[in-house]
Design a protein around this ligand. Structure first.
Ligand code: SAM
Length: 287
């Protein structure tokens, strides 16, 4: 058999073999956006510790019952229920898909006794009715989805009414001049890159369009895994609204910085903030 013909048939055979082989799926196609979100955005153990410690300091007793608003996968509600044998948690979210994910992954992973102390409600935080709780938490700026003053005031009033007489409300907020910019920030996480994309900001209304993208080492991308349209609220606006809603005191807890100037996850109570390019703080509002 002439060599050329042999080569030809050999390469055809190899091609066929390659064609038959199933393509390796891209990392972006097999990754789970809720899992990536929890691993890159949330640190629920820190939130639980913060609520637990601050409540004890401010109220001189233990917080038992916590309501997590905009709970998403209910990671925080589940962590709260798991942190102490008498801890109970209620999670509220409007989206049945994310709640189902939370039930299947976070709730199902809890020991049976803790699982029994978590209630998940599919509902609107503006109208949901729950038993009075020690603390309510609305984290990762979710309440910024309420973009006008009357709606945010109504929400804060409903929270005050949903708390026990010595209850505390825990919120977070961010700001600094970078919050007013159209920018992208990348952060390396284990096995992927998290990208926070402030795609649009209107200085007149403070309306922002933000996205979360995830990129993978095989160059595949999960673009716009999450999309948020919200308002960049300022701390004085939030304090005024909380007091108007009937809260008696608003505390600000500012995040410290490491030697590179990045947030270190340690929050101190402050009377005034730093004019950082980008800052994060917790607000605690007392009934
Ligand atoms: C940014 S995620 C927050 C997830 C999680 N709590 C965290 O700390 O990262 C916002 C969540 O708010 C929910 N949501 C939006 N509007 C809502 C409303 N009016 N009532 C209840 N949940 C709402 C969405 O379904 C979404 O799961």
């Amino acid at each position: 058999m002439p060599t050329a013909t042999k080569k030809h048939s050999e390469s055809k055979r190899r091609q066929k073999k390659r064609g038959d082989r199933p393509k390796k799926p891209k990392m972006a196609d097999t990754a789970d956006r809720h899992d990536l979100y929890q691993r890159s955005v949330q640190c629920v153990e820190d939130e639980v510790a913060f609520i637990d410690e601050r409540f004890r300091e401010i109220r001189g007793r233990e917080a038992r019952s916590v309501r997590e608003d905009f709970c998403g996968t209910a990671a925080m509600a589940c962590a709260w229920a798991a942190h102490a044998p008498n801890a109970t948690a209620v999670g509220v979210d409007i989206d049945p898909e994310v709640l189902a994910w939370g039930r299947a992954h976070n709730l199902a992973a809890l020991p049976e006794d803790a699982r029994g102390r978590v209630t998940l409600i599919e509902g609107d935080v503006l109208t949901v009715q729950t038993e009075p709780v020690d603390a309510i938490a609305a984290m990762n700026f979710s309440y910024w989805l309420f973009m006008d003053r009357p709606t945010l005031l109504a929400y804060f009033r409903s929270l005050r009414a949903a708390l026990k007489p010595d209850g505390l409300l825990f919120l977070d907020a961010y700001g600094g001049y970078e919050a007013h910019q159209v920018i992208e920030e990348e952060r390396d996480c284990e096995g992927f890159t998290y990208i926070w994309d402030q795609a649009d900001f209107d200085p007149i209304t403070h309306r922002m369009q933000c996205y979360i993208h995830f990129h993978f080492p095989d160059k595949s991308k999960m673009e716009r895994a999450f999309s948020y349209v919200w308002r960049l609220w300022s701390l004085p606006e939030l304090k005024e609204l909380l007091l108007e809603a009937g809260f008696t005191e608003v505390q600000f807890w500012w995040e410290g910085a490491d030697e590179d100037g990045d947030g270190n996850g340690v929050f101190e109570r402050v009377e005034r903030g730093d004019a950082d390019a980008g800052w994060i703080c917790y607000l605690i509002a007392a009934v």
